[in-house]
Ligand binder design. Sequence first.
Ligand SMILES: Cc1ncc(C[n+]2csc(CCOP(=O)(O)OP(=O)(O)O)c2C)c(N)n1
Length: 340
Amino acid sequence: MTDVLTTTNTHGLSNEQLLEIDYYLRLTRTLEERLVALFRQAKVIGGLYRSLGQEGESVAAAYALDYKQGDVVQPLIRNIGSILVAGAKPSDIIKQYMAKADSPTRGRELNIHFGHPARDGFIGQISMLGDMIPVMAGIALAGRMQKKTLVTLAFIGDGGSSTGAFWEGMNFASVQKLPMVVIVEDNGYAYSTPTAKQTAAKTLADKSYAFGCHGVTVDGNDVLAVYGETKRSVERARSGGGVTLLEVKTFRLKGHAEHDNQAYVPKELIEEWQRKDPLARYEKVLMELGVATQDQFAEIQQRVRREIDAATDEADRSPMPNPADAARGLYIEDGYWEER
Ligand SMILES: Cc1ncc(C[n+]2csc(CCOP(=O)(O)OP(=O)(O)O)c2C)c(N)n1
């Protein structure tokens, strides 16, 4: 258990919603643990990128959106929790990682590079960091032109916020006062580069001064605080108040990917952040507030385990793509994607 002080304002969330957030936190962590097991069995194609220790901000921020209004979330590789909240199925994610024939991209793309914004509430990212910021600004602009009330939520890392595309996209979105919220994650390192060697700005939220948008910093491992700030930013965006650059202070408890042993991170720093674990802190608050007991968390964990086991079995049974299909689906006329 942790002795770190955590906020207790539940921002009007019902007990059911508070427990649902706990479910998504545990689902994210357990799904990633399963992916690690599959990776070690050589069943994962490509790299595996963990969000251990920073699941809280991904889940809490995505929970603040209203998908019925057409809101769209854009994850990066460490925001797996955000697409689970938006409605992605664990079996689809596992199949993507295993490049199976019936995965959303049919083995053509990997990990969480999938999604259909209007249908799923999330969009598949491209790998070039920063480039999704102009894309999310574009979706927000298109929504406004179509008289929709949607808000877009983009995630970007400390490293990603140093790219030219990030600056151009943020500038454009801010000038246009688009309904967009950008979560910028200070998670200590961009691969092996510490944040202080990435930027001379005191905080990543300070970059908002250059854009003339709102800038906020929040404890990224305090689930309720992230939810509250994102909700406020989303409401402001929806009512015409423009862009918020919301910095979350968190930490990447694993290496950049499973192949990276994190040798460049001091052990004491990892231990310090392990004590700030967002899931443990969140559950401690729920118990203090009398919202839930250890038994309820155990029940949630059992449900999560059953779901991940079923999703893994389903993905394991799925075939690999047929090489003869490699050139199919290049054109929409083919009907290949509709068959899914
Ligand atoms: C423009 C660009 N440069 C380099 C890379 C390679 N790359 C992928 S992830 C990564 C580190 C990103 O760090 P950060 O943005 O802080 O996110 P984190 O991995 O910490 O979540 C790098 C350098 C890339 N994908 N895009």
